[in-house]
Design a binder for this molecule. Sequence first.
Ligand code: SF4
Length: 232
Amino acid sequence: MIFLKIYFRTCSKILLNHTNESYKNMAIKQRDGSYAVVLDAAITTPQELKKIAEVLEKYGVSLIKFSESQRMVIVGVDPEKVEEMCNEMGVKLANAVGRVVRSIKFCPGNTLCVMGLQNTIEMAQKLKKFDGMELPGKLKIAIAGCSNSCTEPAVRDIGLMGTKDGYTIFVGGSAGRKPRIGYVLAEKVSPEDAEKLVEKIIEFYKANAKNGQRLGDFIDSIGFEEFKKAVL
Ligand code: SF4
């Protein structure tokens, strides 16, 4: 039970601690002219879900979709009411579009999963500081607790895969129009060093990539060995 309590306390913090104040990257126009907005809800509690559902019902939202990146897409929102609605729910919006850190997807790791080798929830909390950061291209991060890779870290711009000796770090992967497996940048990285390495990757990419260049394309443009030298 104690693990569940810690787990759900962590969930609440992740759900409630977004810091993005602008809506510019957060609303997606729908075919009927209404908007969809995105809330992070990879993990939550029944109490939080109940509260969210009550508020959405009050604002006439009729459809919720859970996205590939583990987020809750609220469809049919009146843009005029978004702020008021989010305040009532006690949540802030996540970034849905734009050249920003878009999503930080994580599995339950060793907090709940019997296969888990690393604390992915704690790692996700640490990496949340990058959420919404403006970059030359969109950037997705995935964290998995073991090599089963349920969150697919090898095909994300930055991927962390848990092993018994720490994390394997992938860079430059993608699952979109040009699918590609990321390069293995480092192995057996401690959680502390993994956090620092992610920061270094993001800083180097931000400072040196061309506008519109995804991380994988940027790495190819300078060569993986050069990239490695710069960030390791
Ligand atoms: S990646 Fe591993 S630890 Fe994470 S949910 Fe899948 S099996 Fe469990």
